[in-house]
Design a protein around this ligand. Structure first.
Ligand SMILES: NC(=O)c1ccc[n+]([C@@H]2O[C@H](COP(=O)([O-])OP(=O)(O)OC[C@H]3O[C@@H](n4cnc5c(N)ncnc54)[C@H](O)[C@@H]3O)[C@@H](O)[C@H]2O)c1
Ligand SMILES: N[C@@H](CCO)C(=O)O
Ligand code: NA
Length: 430
């Protein structure tokens, strides 16, 4: 039966995502009410600057005093789409203290201090939902928190940053260098004026932390995630990948150790075979593989960013927490009971690709191979391309630790016969 008294929602932030949330709340009001069992009313919108024209939203709803808005006793749900750590964290904690459930898209905050937010949600008996924070519109956190709650997830692997995927895709399809592809991404609105968070991998690392925490029921923060961005990826690296029928992607990889006692989370560029499903994720799309014991491999694919797609995830959360409010219950809280150690990346094992410029004379291959063998790095394939007395060795290793590979590279650099080492990149997906 439909309740006539509306549930009241405060929206914090009215930028790219917030304005779409407000628009969909208005245009889909009747359907949302039917799905929830009560009308939802936008009761206030916290903004940084007053006086800006925001079509479709009653100007009387705007306030620059977000703090007073979240303290109102009549607010049932606060939707936080401001971003960043402060004032978002204080506003969320204040809202919870005053009895409101919270929906947030804020990956930076969840990855830095999710534990504090979850603790407050539990203390005040309210919900904290954040589907939009990872892979935008793609339903991924709810499947991990709920649908897969009976299974055991061992690995999460995916492309969780649209901007960098767009840049790498352009480098692959046009042969462009990094700077040129970034310029194009900026002109088309895929990259922000300050693209640092995307291209240096901070955005993907925050998402990896959230994914690892949910997948393995343990606390992982952004600082626990090993991170390399894509600024060092060159046109030559992409061409090298191409010659091996591979592509370069920025991957987020969260893994449980074989003995199950620890986890690792890392974000870095990697070569993957063109036949791998993640290789066909083009432009600014996201895709995530979840590998679990009983279900096997699941792939989640779709738009990871943009106002309307991200608002879709926010609205889904809004419906869920409103339903919980009506039935005076809450959804799943933090699940961190496993309390696993987070391993440093030096212990993670991956395969590597390297290009070695070497002197083309007898014994060179044996000398190079001996260095790999000394550090227990096993070679999978070697391809040699000769050029006027010099040669390029394209080497792909079997799985080795980062530490073993670094020691191998250091020693190779010290050999007279090795002129240069380039194209050092991890190889994933086989
Ligand atoms: N844009 C996307 O595609 C996308 C995708 C997934 C998640 N997110 C997340 O959603 C959140 C919002 O992103 P966005 O793209 O809409 O950013 P945005 O910069 O377009 O919007 C944020 C808005 O918050 C306002 N603001 C700043 N301080 C405020 C305060 N104290 N009170 C009220 N408003 C304040 C800003 O003026 C701005 O209008 C971020 O956490 C972001 O990481 C965005
Ligand atoms: N900047 C992010 C937005 C979504 O979090 C991206 O490019 O994927
Ligand atoms: Na999502």
């Amino acid at each position: 039966m439909m309740r006539t008294q509306p549930l009241k929602v405060a929206l914090l932030g009215c930028g790219v995502v917030g304005s779409e949330v407000a628009r969909i709340m208005t245009t889909h009001a009747t359907d949302l009410a039917a799905r929830i069992g009560a009308p939802v009313e936008l009761a206030g919108v916290g903004v940084r600057r007053a006086g800006r024209e925001r079509p479709g939203i009653d100007p009387q709803l705007f306030t620059t005093d977000s703090e007073s808005l979240v303290k109102r006793d009549d607010i049932d749900v606060v939707v936080e789409v401001i971003g960043g750590i402060e004032p978002a964290r204080t506003l969320i904690l204040t809202a919870m203290e005053h009895g409101a459930s919270v929906v947030s898209a804020n990956k930076a905050l969840l990855a830095e201090d999710g534990a504090t937010l979850h603790a407050a949600a539990a203390k005040y008996g309210v919900d904290l939902y954040y589907e939009a924070s990872v892979a935008g519109a793609i339903p991924l956190l709810r499947p991990l928190r709920e649908s897969l709650a009976g299974d055991k997830v061992n690995r999460v692997l995916g492309i969780v940053n649209g901007t960098t995927n767009f840049i790498l895709d352009r480098m692959d399809s046009t042969g462009a260098g990094f700077a040129e592809a970034l310029d194009e991404a900026t002109q088309l609105g895929y990259a922000e004026a300050d693209p640092t968070a995307d291209i240096e991998g901070f955005d993907a690392a925050a998402k990896a932390a959230i994914l690892a925490g949910l997948a393995f029921h343990t606390r992982v923060t952004a600082a626990d995630v090993y991170r390399e961005g894509i600024t060092e990826v060159t046109a030559a690296d992409v061409a090298s990948a191409k010659s091996m029928d591979s592509v370069v992607k920025l991957l987020a990889i969260c893994e449980r150790s074989a003995d199950g006692t620890s986890v690792s989370a890392r974000v870095h560029p990697a070569m993957i075979p063109r036949s791998h499903p993640l290789a066909s994720v083009r432009e600014a799309y996201n895709a995530v593989f979840v590998e679990s014991e009983a279900a096997g491999s699941l792939m989640f694919y779709g738009p990871g960013a943009g106002g309307a797609p991200t608002a879709s995830a926010v609205l889904g959360d809004l419906v869920a927490v409103c339903r919980n409010k009506l039935s005076e219950t809450t959804g799943p809280g933090e699940s961190a009971y496993a309390n696993l150690e987070v391993r440093p990346v030096g212990q993670a094992v991956t395969r590597y690709h390297l290009n070695l410029d070497v002197a083309d004379k007898p014994g060179v291959l044996a000398a190079v191979a001996a260095v790999f063998a000394k550090h227990d790095v096993s070679i999978d394939t070697v391809r040699q391309q000769g050029r006027d007395g010099d040669a390029t060795l394209v080497i792909v290793t079997h799985s080795a630790t980062d530490a073993a590979l670094s020691a191998t590279v250091d020693e190779l650099r010290g050999l007279d016969i090795v002129r240069d080492i380039a194209g050092i990149m991890r190889v994933e997906g086989e």
